[in-house]
Design a protein around this ligand. Structure first.
Ligand code: UD1
Ligand code: UDP
Length: 357
C-alpha cells in the first residue's frame, strides 16, 4: 500500500481534505499533518469534529507569525516528518503558507508532490496566496485543476503534461454534507428566514490591512437595508478592534456579528441568504453552488466563471455603492458542471493510482 502524507493547516483546507481523505484511505495509507496555521476551535477543531476528518498524525502547532517565519517553521518541521516517514507522495491543498511549506519540503527531498486546486491565478502578486500557488504549481509532479480555466492558466506557464482536470473538491464537500447540514441547522434559530438577510465574510489581507478600504467595506454594510450576518474571521476581528470600529458596528443593529461558524452551519447560511458579500475564494464558489448572488469585495477573482455566468459581481468598496450594485438586475445562466460532477475526490485518487502505475 502506498504511503501518502497530506498537509493541511487552515480552515479551507480542513474542508477540502475531508472528502478526499475519505476516498484516499480506501486504498492508500494516509498520514495527516496539521501545521496549526489556524488553531482557534472555531477555525480548526470544529471541522475535524463535524466533518469526521481523521485525527492528525502530526500536529505542528506553528500558529500565527509573519509569512517568512510561519512558512519557515512549517518547512523545518515538515521536512523532519518526511525524512522519518519516507512517504511515496505528498498531497497539498490550495494556496496558503501551509501549502507552500509542504510543497517546498517535499520537492527538496524529491518526493512526488500532488497539488489539489492547482492552476488558480489572480495575476496579482501582491496577494500572498498568488505567490504560494505559483510556487506550488511549478514544484508539483501532478496538478489537479478544478476548472478548465485553471488548466488553461497552467498551459500559459508551460505546465501541460502533468495536469489533470479533476473538478472541485469543494463541490464534493457541499454535496456530501448538504442533507446533514439541513437536518442540523435552520436559519429560524437566528430569527431569520429564506432571503431575509445578507451573509458577509471578510478576511483577505488586501481588505483587512488597508484601513481606508476596510472602513469603506464596513460603511457599505451600514448602508444595507436588511440584516447582515457577519461571522468574523479572527484576523478581521482583531483589526477592527485595533481601529476602534467595533463600537460603531455594535450601534448598527442590523449588523449581526458572529463568531466564525461551523461548515455545516455556513452552507445553510449561504443557501438561505438573499445575497453573499465576501472576499473568500471558497465562499464565492459556494454561493454559486447555492445559486445565491455573490458580491466579491475584490478587484479580481480566481473564480472568473462565477462572474462570467452572472452569479458573481466584483465590487470595489472604495469606488462603488454596494447597496446600488446589489439592487441592480442581472442576467444569470447556470451550468451544473462548472466545478465538476461532485466526484472530484474519486477522480483525484484514480489519477494518483495511474501515477503510481
Ligand atoms: C489564511 C491564508 C488565506 C486563506 C485563509 C483562510 C495564507 C497566506 N493565507 O489567511 O489564503 O484564505 O487563511 O481563512 O496562508 N488568527 C487567530 N486564530 C486562528 C487563526 C488566525 O486569531 O485560529 C488570527 C491571527 O491574528 C493571525 C491572523 O488571524 O495573525 C491571520 O491568520 P493567517 O493564518 O496568517 O492568515 P489568514 O488571514 O487566516
Ligand atoms: N467557512 C466556515 N465558517 C465561516 C466562514 C467560512 O465554515 O465562518 C467556510 C466556507 O463555507 C468555505 C471555507 O470556510 O467552505 C472558506 O474558507 P475561507 O473563507 O477561510 O478561505 P478561502 O476560501 O478564502 O481561502
Amino acid at each position: 500500500m502506498k504511503k501518502m502524507i497530506t498537509i493541511v493547516g487552515a480552515r479551507p483546507q480542513f474542508i477540502k481534505v475531508a472528502p478526499v481523505s475519505r476516498v484516499l484511505r480506501q486504498t492508500y495509507q494516509e498520514l495527516l499533518v496539521n501545521t496549526g496555521q489556524h488553531y482557534d476551535f472555531n477555525m480548526s477543531g470544529v471541522f475535524f469534529e463535524e466533518l469526521q476528518i481523521p485525527r492528525p498524525d502530526y500536529n505542528l502547532e506553528v500558529g500565527s507569525h509573519t509569512h517568512g517565519k510561519q512558512t519557515g517553521m512549517m518547512l523545518g518541521a515538515i521536512e523532519e516528518i518526511l525524512m522519518k516517514e519516507k512517504p511515496d507522495g505528498v498531497l497539498v491543498y490550495g494556496d496558503t503558507n501551509s501549502t507552500l511549506a509542504g510543497a517546498l519540503a517535499a520537492s527538496k527531498l524529491h518526493i512526488p508532490l500532488f497539488h489539489i486546486e492547482a492552476g488558480l491565478r489572480s495575476y496579482n502578486r501582491q496577494m500572498p496566496e498568488e505567490i504560494n500557488r505559483v510556487m506550488t504549481d511549478h514544484l508539483s509532479n501532478l496538478l489537479f485543476a478544478p476548472t478548465e480555466r485553471a488548466v488553461h492558466n497552467l498551459a500559459l506557464e508551460n505546465i501541460k503534461h502533468n495536469v489533470r482536470l479533476s473538478g472541485d473538491v469543494m463541490y464534493d464537500a457541499v454535496r456530501y454534507n448538504y442533507e446533514l447540514a439541513r437536518s442540523k441547522f435552520d436559519v429560524s434559530n437566528l430569527g431569520q428566514s429564506k432571503g431575509s438577510y445578507y451573509l458577509c465574510t471578510i478576511h483577505r489581507a488586501e481588505n483587512t490591512d488597508q484601513p481606508t478600504r476596510l472602513k469603506a467595506i464596513i460603511n457599505s454594510l451600514f448602508g444595507l437595508e436588511i440584516p447582515v450576518l457577519l461571522p468574523l474571521h479572527p484576523r478581521t476581528h482583531k483589526i477592527l478592534k485595533g481601529l476602534g470600529l467595533m463600537e460603531e458596528i455594535h450601534k448598527h443593529k442590523h449588523i449581526k456579528l458572529m463568531e466564525p461558524v461551523s461548515y455545516l452551519e455556513m452552507i445553510i447560511l449561504e443557501m438561505e441568504a438573499k445575497g453573499i458579500i465576501t472576499d473568500s475564494g471558497g465562499v464565492q464558489k459556494e454561493a454559486y453552488f447555492a445559486k445565491v448572488p455573490c458580491f466579491t469585495l475584490r478587484d479580481e477573482t480566481e473564480w472568473e466563471e462565477t462572474v462570467e455566468t452572472g452569479w458573481n459581481t466584483l465590487v470595489n468598496p472604495l469606488t462603488m455603492d454596494l447597496n446600488k450594485v446589489m439592487n441592480q438586475k442581472r442576467m444569470s445562466s447556470y451550468k451544473d458542471d462548472l466545478y465538476g460532477n461532485g466526484h472530484a475526490s474519486q477522480q483525484i485518487v484514480s489519477q494518483l493510482d495511474a501515477f503510481f502505475g
